[in-house]
Design a protein around this ligand. Structure first.
Ligand SMILES: [Ca+2]
Ligand SMILES: [Ca+2]
Length: 318
């Protein structure tokens, strides 16, 4: 009886000890948090999806739920606080889109030097290459930083250093964009290296390497008078502008004819321009002349001038 009681007592003691030790160990090894989690709820800058607007070269949103993702690798310097996965079910504020994000937790016990390395990317044959990713961190704990490395045959370039390059007071996701066009013709890999001691945690999601689509950019060039109003619409972008809807409007003065002229120019090629002209204008006064243009691809432009309208003539436009 006494023996049984002893065993029971021992079991209870062990049970209580386990109840304390196990969660304690879990907290110190696997609980994921940022240093301001207790006082601030992180908010998302945007819920928008991956921002690629052209041909995708590499995309990774960690939706496989494993670290590293297939084809990726990590370098861990010690057993704890390395590159890991966070899931939205447990940590909704730490995932940008989908169910998972990459995560490296701050370490105030051991120094960190944790690498997350993309697959090799062959950038031969592209005209322009952009890298976009979403980063969640802040720079209030400068002991450790996140470095972005571009590595290839014979080079290792650190093109970004969070602590050196940013002032981030809030722990939120931010969209980061880098032009990788300098590496066209090379085979590269991209590394996120978390290095230092007692810094802030870092979340990573929605990585995209892509060749941007050529885009038109509209500007209103010279606006001139004479017999009516003429204007120039410039396309300073690297893509064609199509179905360019434009308007020339006169506000103010007494304009009897030609207060507004609208039209459509079917195409303005990249780095080209088109001339537009109002209809017959008749009136008197000094109206404000507004010229607008918007193309099917989205970009728009507006320009303003004033001129003196005397009967059929528009004079002194500037
Ligand atoms: Ca994700
Ligand atoms: Ca570590």
């Amino acid at each position: 009886m006494r023996k049984t009681k002893h065993i029971l007592y021992a079991a209870v003691v062990i049970g209580i000890a386990l109840a304390f030790v196990t969660p304690g160990a879990a907290i110190s090894n696997t609980k994921i948090y940022n240093k301001k989690a207790s006082s601030t709820t992180p908010t998302l800058v945007s819920e928008s999806p991956i921002q690629s607007t052209g041909a995708a070269i590499l995309e990774e949103g960690f939706e496989g739920g494993v670290m590293p993702p297939s084809g990726w690798s990590t370098i861990d310097t010690n057993p704890t606080r390395n590159w890991d996965i966070v899931d939205a079910a447990t940590y909704p504020d730490y995932v940008h889109t989908g169910n998972y994000a990459g995560w490296v937790n701050y370490d105030s016990v051991d120094p960190s030097d944790e690498w997350l390395i993309s697959p090799d990317i062959d950038l031969t044959g592209y005209e322009e290459v952009t890298l976009v990713f979403w980063a969640e961190s802040d720079t209030n704990w400068p002991g450790a930083t996140m470095e972005l490395h571009i590595r290839g045959d014979g080079f290792d370039d650190t093109i970004w250093d969070m602590i050196a390059d940013e002032v981030w007071t809030d722990f939120i996701y931010r969209e980061m964009t880098f032009d990788l066009s300098d590496y066209i013709g090379e085979t590269i890999n991209i590394s996120w290296r978390y290095v230092g001691f007692d810094g802030q945690s870092f979340g990573l999601d929605d990585i995209s390497v892509f060749e941007p689509s050529p885009e038109p950019v509209l500007e209103i060039g010279e606006i001139s008078g004479g017999f009516g109003v003429s204007a120039v619409i410039k396309n300073t972008g690297d893509g064609e502008a199509t179905d360019v809807n434009w308007s020339i409007t006169l506000e103010g003065g007494l304009i009897i004819l030609g207060k507004e002229t609208t039209g459509t120019t079917a195409s303005i090629p990249a780095e080209d321009e088109a001339s537009i002209k109002s209809g017959l204008i008749f009136g008197i006064g000094k109206p404000t002349i507004t010229v607008t243009a918007e193309c099917a691809e989205g970009p728009s432009a507006e320009g303003n001038a004033t001129g003196l309208v005397i009967l059929f003539f528009v004079l002194g436009v500037s």
